[in-house]
Design a protein around this ligand. Sequence first.
Ligand code: NJP
Length: 243
Amino acid sequence: MSHPSPSVVFLTGASSGIGAATAQLLVERGHKVYATARRLDRLQALRDSLPADQKGRIHVAAMDVTDVEAQSDAIADCVARFGQLDVVVPNAGLGIFANLAEADLKDWHTMVEVNINGVLTTVHTALPHLIAAKGLVIFIGSVASRNVFAFSGIYCATKHAVLAMGEAIRQDLKGKVASTTICPGAVDTDFIEQTRDTELLDQYRPNFKKGMRPSFIAEHVLLAIEHRGKGVISDITLRPDLA
Ligand code: NJP
């Protein structure tokens, strides 16, 4: 049996890939989604693509996860609009692959700012609402949460941190807020396009192209939400078919 009532979900990184697929699926299944990213035009196009009877269940807003005040305003607006906040999906993230010896320090800082600090801001800001709702945080980790791969070690470090955050919530907020960490392997999104090293790009792009569909990850976000009250999917690893 699935969770009886629709959830209010605050989602980051909803303008493309896994986030866009998640917004679409959750709204289709009756949940209410506050969908954020920096590219408002992409969010509006996503909303416009929904059937008329679903449009009322999504609100889109421009937000940079590295802007603490903007996140605070957005979460307050989400609660004001939808009356509560049950689930956050701090999905916004990026990986910029490079050999460690040639990497740009700015890229490391960007990954830490978005993948760690951005996620922490979402969780910290939403926490009082999540406690009130006995809610759920669904982290998007990675197979890089448990392994370190060549040319993406710092990205892996940020995703190790994400896995630790999920475990911290499980332990410190037992009985109050649940956490799910979804750890995918390669997914066919724009993710790899952040990498500027053309040699690495040429080498990795085909692996991502034959990766999982973003909708497959979205289905597991839905699964975690709809099993609230029945059991918690603490962490789940998803890999491309036959990988
Ligand atoms: O990538 P992509 P994915 N503030 O590039 C947003 C993880 N993952 O869907 O702001 C706010 O299509 C950006 O929005 P915008 C990965 O680490 C992936 O694959 O408009 N938002 C866009 O919506 C990440 O955590 C794979 O540019 C910011 C979104 O992030 C999650 O999946 C494998 C932002 C990125 O969408 C979604 O990535 C894996 C900011 N400062 C884990 N910066 C994979 N694809 O293979 C970026 O294990 N965004």
